[in-house]
Design a protein around this ligand. Structure first.
Ligand code: HEM
Length: 414
């Protein structure tokens, strides 16, 4: 019996119906950790499912390159958004040495010290969003996946990127169309026309901000990007715009989906939530376990730049390898009881933020944002329960829930 054709590993509709393919990953890790997949819609690829193999690939950015794209290629070229006209070279799909120069543009802003400038905005967002829940007379019903989980990262990223409040709804719509293209509630398809439209709408939103921050730099992330230099020269308009796009898009859906899945995990594992209520200093450990548990960035692709090997398996130049971070984060050789949500997990060497060369630039930012909202909820929620079937987004790249209906009782702030 074939273990998998590979379709269920990539097909957005499969994720929409059932969520990530944990059973298949488990079999692949045990029996075929470097597995050749040929599926009708996508170019063939190697599925890499073990933690150790993924780290080994990520440590060799010269051999396993990102420059040929980070998502699987459709066989129909018109479906490939990281190819063709309008494609931008951004930090996430470049390779050393170019990658290191591009990374230097924004990385100083993402250090813990610089991020302190965002603390007030992060706490304000968490406080206001939880206050809004309390407005309904201390109890109510809400869809946590399309409510708080969306609004919190949206507000924070909009602040950092200088998007005015009235632009937030637009940026959210664009992000959904980009990342959940196949989802009937959130996306609007993958046609080339839709891709062009998306590009134009992103440009209309960000170009005025870039012009403003060039004229009046403030030191915020928007200003750093607008005035960024690579090898001593100002970035061109396409590079600057590409950086805006990657920061917003890499930051929003990822954090939103981690939060939605995290809320579900907390409701289903009340002991973990109670432990953080009793001792808020445990929230960093909680956030790490949420990151592992949800693995909202499900995979990244690399392409072999020359003939090589992974775990004894020969890989030919030009072949694609898909690193399934979601599988690595359930790898039983690294995590004891990987299918248990465990606040006490230590160490927690998850790969939710990737590894090595392309390690997530926004990791500290995401951690702070997640901690703020989890701590605020732990301080105020008296009771919450899931009151309907959670639903998954039809997306295999950035994965998570779109529907998490919850009844809650909440304390007014004292
Ligand atoms: C829970 C939230 C997040 C998750 C799970 C996540 C995950 C990841 C992963 C797995 C990568 C590695 C890509 C690769 O292997 O090629 C990555 C890269 C990146 N992330 Fe995040 N991310 C999150 C939040 C953020 C935020 C909030 C920002 C910015 C505000 C951000 C910005 C970036 C950037 C710029 C890169 C590219 C880094 C490079 O190529 O050197 N991410 N992220």
């Amino acid at each position: 019996m074939t273990m998998t054709t590979g379709l269920e590993l990539l097909d957005p509709n499969v994720y929409g119906e059932k969520g990530p393919p944990h059973e298949t990953w488990k079999r692949l890790r045990a029996e075929s950790p470097v597995h050749w997949c040929e599926v009708p819609d996508f170019e063939p690829f190697w599925a890499i499912t073990r933690h150790e193999d993924i780290r080994s690939i990520a440590r060799q950015p010269d051999v396993f390159i990102s420059g040929k794209g980070i998502t699987p290629l459709y066989r129909d070229p018109a479906m490939n958004r990281n190819e063709g006209p309008g494609a931008m070279r951004v930090v996430i799909n470049t390779d050393p040495p170019e990658h290191r120069e591009l990374r230097k543009v924004a990385s100083p802003w993402f250090t813990s010290r610089a991020l302190k400038s965002m603390d007030a905005a992060i706490l304000k967002s968490a406080r206001e969003l939880v206050d809004n829940l309390a407005k309904e007379g201390g109890e109510g019903e809400t869809n946590l996946a399309s409510g708080i989980a969306v609004s919190h990262p949206l507000r924070i990223l909009s602040t950092a990127l200088g998007v005015p409040e009235e632009g937030e709804a637009k940026i959210l719509e664009l992000s959904n169309r980009l990342f959940a293209a196949e989802d009937e509630d959130l996306g609007s398809g993958r046609s080339p026309e839709e891709f062009e439209r998306l590009g134009r709408e992103f440009i209309e939103l960000f170009l005025p901000i870039i012009a403003d921050r060039r004229a009046n730099p403030t030191g915020d992330l928007a200003s750093i990007l607008a005035n960024g230099q690579v090898n001593g020269e100002a970035m061109g308009p396409a590079e600057t715009l590409g950086y805006y796009l990657i920061v917003f898009n890499a930051g929003h859906d990822t954090t939103k989906n981690a939060l939605a899945g995290g809320f579900r995990a907390l409701i289903e594992n009340p002991a973990a939530f109670d432990a953080v209520k009793a001792d808020p200093t445990r929230s960093p450990a909680l956030v790490e376990e949420i990151l592992r548990w949800t693995s909202s960035v499900n995979y990244m692709k690399r392409t072999a730049a020359r003939d090589t090997e992974i775990n004894g398996q020969k890989i030919k130049e030009g072949e694609a390898v898909m690193m399934f971070y979601g599988s690595a984060n359930r790898d039983e050789s690294v995590f004891e009881n990987p299918y248990t949500f465990d606040l006490d997990r230590s160490p927690n060497n998850h790969l939710a933020f990737g590894y090595a060369e392309h390690f997530c630039m926004g990791a500290q930012f995401a951690r702070r944002s997640m901690r703020a909202i989890v701590e605020e909820l732990a301080r105020r929620i008296d009771h919450w329960e899931i009151i309907g079937e959670p639903e998954w987004i039809s997306s295999s790249f950035v994965v998570g829930l779109k529907h998490l209906p919850v009844y809650y009782r909440i304390r007014k702030d004292s």
